[in-house]
Design a binder for this molecule. Structure first.
Ligand code: PGA
Length: 234
């Protein structure tokens, strides 16, 4: 029976994901563990640089990150969009403007993630590509802390759209319509190419790919700066 087959899937699953994926992956683990009660999961959450180090040290079965590293012999499977968007207070004068230029944005005080963060790197690259300097007020090691700092009036930030859609969506935060945004990124599941995936890891990867398709249909991922800027959904 199916129950017997599921019972055969036993063991430890070691996952490591970047900070933006923590808004997505933990929600999937609950139903997965219910389906496969013999599987125990350990989940590590770290930034891009921390994840590269873990891949290098071969610490986990499966990794989730946005920008797969070059120079590693890895198998890479993209599975869901992870757009980076400009976030600010709903009460901010730019909150209801359309087509805000990057130059205008550069005049605003900014909150950046810590060094080693992929979100930070993508933001810095976009500004550098336009020969613009960021006016960095604060450098913070957590997406949640950044949301609080935005609410505290310290500045604007670039964050993964997924940091805004999860439980506890904050209506006081708004996605700003800035030219060049969203920055398109995708999450990728990654594992060493030379490594035979364990049955447990292969089972989770299958599950991840299937479930993310289903969830993608529910999340309204912003395609361009002209889509609905309201964040209070879902
Ligand atoms: P971060 O990851 O936690 O390193 O910013 C996000 C990303 O790389 O998309």
């Amino acid at each position: 029976t199916i129950a017997d087959l599921q019972g055969m899937k036993q063991g430890q699953l070691r996952l490591a994901v970047i900070t933006t994926a923590k808004y997505f992956i933990p929600r999937l683990i609950g139903p997965f563990c219910q389906r496969y009660p013999g599987i125990n999961v350990s989940l590590k959450v770290t930034n891009h640089e921390g994840l590269i180090n873990r891949i290098n040290d071969n610490l986990d079965d499966l990794y989730v990150l946005s920008r797969p590293p070059s120079g590693f012999d890895i198998t890479v499977q993209p599975f869901l969009d992870n757009p980076l968007v400009v976030v600010g207070p709903a009460s901010h004068p730019l909150a209801n403007q359309r087509g805000i230029s990057l130059e205008r944005l550069a005049q605003e005080p900014f909150i950046l993630r810590e060094r080693g963060s992929g979100t930070r790197e993508a933001t810095e690259q976009l500004f550098a590509a336009h020969n613009l300097n960021l006016n960095v007020k604060l450098d913070l090691g957590s997406n949640e802390a950044i949301k609080q700092a935005i609410l505290g009036g310290l500045g604007l930030a670039v964050l993964s759209y997924h940091t805004l859609t999860s439980a506890g969506a904050t209506p006081e935060l708004k996605m700003f319509e800035v030219e060049g945004f969203p920055i398109h990124r995708q999450w990728h599941a990654v594992y060493p190419a030379g490594k035979q995936l364990s049955t447990v890891a292969a089972t989770f990867l299958d599950y991840l790919l299937t479930e993310s398709q289903r969830i993608a249909a529910d999340i309204q991922i912003p395609e361009s700066t002209t889509t609905d800027p309201e964040l209070d959904a879902p």
